[in-house]
Design a protein around this ligand. Sequence first.
Ligand SMILES: Cc1cc2nc3c(=O)[nH]c(=O)nc-3n(C[C@H](O)[C@H](O)[C@H](O)COP(=O)(O)O)c2cc1C
Length: 500
Amino acid sequence: MIALHAGTAYTAVMANLTIRQLDEETKRKLRLRAAANGRSMEDETRTILRELLSVDRSAAGPRAPRPVGAAPAAMSGARPALASTPAALRRTVSGLAGASILLVIGGGVAAYKSLDLIRRLRERGAKVRVVMTKAAQEFVTPLSVGALTGGTVFTELFAREAEHDVGHIRLAREADLVIVAPATADRLAKMAAGIADDLAGAVLLATRAPVLLAPAMNPAMWSHPATQRSVATLAADGALFIGPNAGEMAESGEAGIGRMAEPLEILAAAEAILTPRDLPLAGRHVVVTSGPTHEPIDPVRYLANRSSGKQGHAIAAAAAAAGARVTLVAGPVAIPDPPGVEAIHVETAAEMLAAVERALPADIAIMAAAVADWRAATRAGEKIKKGSGAPPRLALAENPDILATVAHLKAGRPRLVVGFAAETSDLLVNATAKRRRKGADWILANDVSGGQGMGQDDNTVHLVTEAGVETWPTLPKEEVASLLVARLAAALGELKEAAE
Ligand SMILES: Cc1cc2nc3c(=O)[nH]c(=O)nc-3n(C[C@H](O)[C@H](O)[C@H](O)COP(=O)(O)O)c2cc1C
């Protein structure tokens, strides 16, 4: 039972727990080592473990720490743990499409390049808000920036309207990623010292999103020990760097390291930061159905069941947290859509099937909805009146079998099709027969006898596969979901290995 529990934790979560338990000094050293190697602290922990456990240690020696700024246009700095930051938890972003980017434009000659960056970010579907420093407005106007973003440009910390409307804390919190481009020497020093005497400073201090810095300055300013101290402090604090590049400066005859990275390089770095790495279902598409269906009898009455959608929604949330793109097809439920999933709301079984078919192809289909087996054979256009005679007879027609339809698809069948069998008696016998009959890969045999399971917060399910029955303890629905998702990720990995 304990082993099963441990299996629910994703690698990133495990790494976080490990890091949290370290003493401050070890944590500081790990942060510096990760920054020098351009890895997140989790990645660095994994690398250290891998090196330590490696049979041939000499072949896997530690990477020499890279001096900050020695790799032009390379991303450096410790990546904040995306999986553990509130900004990342707010919504599961994958890439730039739909991501909220807060761009801070600093007062440097390269500020004009940020106009191109805004255009390219928006082309890729990102929502861009811009904060301009006082100095930045000497180089580009808020008018031209606003024309490109199609929204307000934020310049003042004490702006009554902005405080009421957005405010610096909301600006900071609503961002999935903050980019500072150009990041001036002055800004780096202020950030390293935690100075918040203007809007940019306040936002940068308040944000919990990853921060990507694109420094741009004269080579002498860049190599100055004061700037390098700021850079080292910021990298240790978790900021990420793109550039600066080596090349010609705006000042005639000057060359060296200090040119701001090109907009396309900044874009690629932003994309990389927002694309979940190392998550077990990254790059996978998972379709989940959830909740009951309502089958209308007349405009005011319907056939339904007691499903709350809690289990299906928890599975959708767990799959999204594991990095998958999730399409949730939900029947009528009273719970909110989980964050980071594309939710499609339907009412009837026929609508649910159509939505699932539209959502395919997918790697995994988890049919957790309690789909009504029958619908009213005819649907009265007007409310059926209570007459003086005998009650009306309700003729039923069979609904489409969504699980069996998906499982028997000739083309485009998901590699793993999972169904639920809610049973009040002979649970395992019925679930085993259902798996074969429906053509599903796995069935979660759901014990709903005595009112348990449906609508409750805990669930008793057992995993029925071709190999047999695996008994799971009664668990909160979120843990059932995590356990299932961990098992699915492992199974997909095994399928991939077998195919190679
Ligand atoms: C013409 C001119 C160009 C400048 N270019 C840069 C630059 O490329 N990088 C830099 O760090 N500072 C540069 N500065 C200095 C910054 O504008 C100054 O340090 C300012 O306080 C930065 O403020 P901010 O970080 O709030 O934008 C330049 C100043 C002038 C007058």
